[in-house]
Design a protein. Structure first.
Lengths: 87, 114
C-alpha cells in the first residue's frame, strides 16, 4: 500500500470504492434474506403484520451491530498480527 | 521537463505500474474475502434466529469476539502450515501449468516468480 505512488493510489482508491459498493450491496441483500426468512412465514396476507415488522426491525439492527462488531474485532486482530510480524 | 516540482516520481508525472496495482488489488481482495467469510461464518455460529431484542446480548457479543479471534488464528495456523509444506500456486496447481505456458509463450513475458 505505502509503496504506491500518488497516481497509483488514486487508481487503487477507485478500485476499492467499487469493491466497497459491491460488498455493501451483498451485505444488504444478505440482511434482507436472513430477516425475511426468519421473520416472515405467514402468507395469509400480502402486507407485513405488526409482528413481522417489529421482528424485521430488530433483526436488521442486530445484523448491523453484528457486522460492526466483527469489523472492529477483525481490525484489532489484524493490527495485533502486524505488530507481532514487526517484532 | 518538470518546472514546478522537483520530484517527478510523485505527483502528475508519476507512471502507473499496472503490475503493482494488480498486486495491491489481490492483497485487498484476500483481506476483504477473509473478512466477508468471517462475517458470514460468525453470523451462522453466534446469531440465533430469534429476535427478542435488537441489541447483541452478552453471550452473543462474547461469541462474536471469540469467533473472530479464532478464525484469524486458524487462518494464520493454516497459512504457516502451507508455508512449511511449501504449498503454493506454482507447486500445487499443475492444471494452471498449461495456461501459464500459453501466456508466456504468447507475450514473451516471463511470469515465473520464485
Amino acid at each position: 500500500m505505502d509503496q504506491l505512488n500518488v497516481k497509483e493510489q488514486q487508481e487503487f482508491q477507485k478500485i476499492v470504492e467499487q469493491k466497497q459498493m459491491k460488498d455493501f450491496m451483498s451485505l444488504y441483500s444478505n440482511l434482507v434474506s436472513r430477516c425475511f426468512e426468519d421473520c416472515v412465514n405467514d402468507f395469509t396476507s400480502a402486507n407485513l403484520s405488526t409482528k413481522e415488522t417489529s421482528c424485521i426491525a430488530k433483526c436488521s439492527e442486530k445484523f448491523l451491530k453484528h457486522s460492526e462488531r466483527v469489523g472492529q474485532r477483525f481490525q484489532e486482530q489484524n493490527a495485533m498480527l502486524m505488530q507481532n510480524l514487526q517484532k | 521537463m518538470s518546472m514546478f516540482m522537483g520530484n517527478t516520481s510523485q505527483y502528475s508525472y508519476a507512471n502507473v505500474d499496472q503490475e503493482k496495482l494488480n498486486l495491491a488489488e489481490i492483497q485487498f481482495d484476500a483481506t476483504s474475502k477473509t473478512f466477508n467469510k468471517i462475517l458470514k461464518t460468525c453470523e451462522a455460529k453466534c446469531l440465533p434466529h430469534e429476535y427478542g431484542e435488537s441489541d447483541l446480548n452478552t453471550g452473543e457479543s462474547c461469541c462474536i469476539d471469540r469467533c473472530v479471534s479464532k478464525y484469524v488464528k486458524a487462518n494464520l495456523l493454516i497459512g504457516t502450515n502451507f508455508q512449511e509444506k511449501r504449498v503454493n500456486p506454482y507447486n500445487n496447481m499443475p492444471e494452471y501449468e498449461k495456461v501459464r505456458s500459453m501466456m508466456t509463450g504468447q507475450g514473451g513475458q516471463s511470469n515465473n516468480r520464485s
